[in-house]
Design a protein around this ligand. Sequence first.
Ligand SMILES: C[S@@+](CC[C@H](N)C(=O)[O-])C[C@H]1O[C@@H](n2cnc3c(N)ncnc32)[C@H](O)[C@@H]1O
Length: 411
Amino acid sequence: MSVEPAALPDFCRNYDDYQQLLQHQCQILEVPEPDQNAIQASFQLAQRVAELIHFNGKLPFAQFMHEALYHPGLGYYSGGSHKLGAGGDFVTAAEISPMFGQTLAKSLQQAWKNTEPCVLELGAGSGKLMCDILQQCESDGALPEAYYILEVSAELRQRQQQLLNDKLPHLKPLVIWLERLPQSFQGVIIGNEVIDAIPVELLMQTEEALTQGFVTHDKNGFKLEFEATSFSQGWRKKHADICQSWPEGYLAETYDLRRDWLKSLIGCLKQGCIVLVDYGYEEDELYSPYRPQGTLQCYYRQKKHSMPLALLGLQDITSSVNFTQLAQAALDHDAQVLGFTTQSQFLTLSGIEQFVAQSQDSDTMSSLSVAQQLQTLLMPNEMGQNIKVLGLSKGFSGALSGFTSLGLNQA
Ligand SMILES: C[S@@+](CC[C@H](N)C(=O)[O-])C[C@H]1O[C@@H](n2cnc3c(N)ncnc32)[C@H](O)[C@@H]1O
């Protein structure tokens, strides 16, 4: 179904208007302007989003976020923009240091004593984590039987294949790219900084009611409006305690699509473990009075900001993970919680120190010294405390290094 152009706002009908809008957003954010190809792709996506708004009146924020990140061929992850590394938008632990993947490799090898020696990596980015894990496993004489990757970005998939070809061509037969989750998987599923991109809804407490964020537009571009909405009885019951204490103007996110995502992940795991590493909190800390603006963040060329409606399809949009909800969802779907801890503790207990000497001798591809890499991975004010690790399992009787105890307050 297509829309008469006259029904769309000027900025979606006229390319020059749209270019000016993007230029204005770049001035506010103090970032370089995108090139013409990127502007053209963003313009097309803006037209698709405006059509959806035309048909629906308004878009729940999660639907807007889904379009911005995953619209086929035009969304941030499904389109062609350069996301990771130099000139990209964000830097992950795997990009910072090979010690991250090397330590994770040891943890995987421990898990393989009690499950199939296979890996399924979700969202493999530049492919760096996969190469570091495989290289470490090879030098330990413990290569997996297969290393599967589920990657939504065609650009990143190509970079992963190129990196594997350049660094470990002899291991190419081990690595298999999947189009969707397998029906039945045995082994260890890993995901580093993947869940934070799964769309969230936005909430705001007003004087009268709890309201939900919707995206509409006016002549100046897309805009966010908060409206009272009919939250389901189940949702109200579950969240009544939490929302009650929110002062007027308090902003937060809800994460139900992530719970559904985890449910499908557990559904495909026949036996083994899941290790999820991401920025996030337990629920009481996530919705604390000290976090009145929520956790939604955008990244464009390594600049962090809070304008999710800007640079449509050209920037990453993320928000922290509600680990309590994920752990609860796991327990609700026949999985167990192996542990929950900070990245710092996980890497330390898994023996990261054994890789320090090795890294000092080798070409790490990182621009940081080994001491700086360790500091970024482990220090509380850097990734050490802000990134958490959740270990889940199904039909698995072994342990996974990195966890001392369950570590969660509520699940
Ligand atoms: C922030 S990057 C992390 C990359 C990598 N894991 C690392 O540690 O460097 C997010 C990755 O997840 C992928 N991704 C985003 N949404 C996804 C989804 N719903 N399913 C699978 N992969 C996804 C992206 O294309 C990208 O490869």
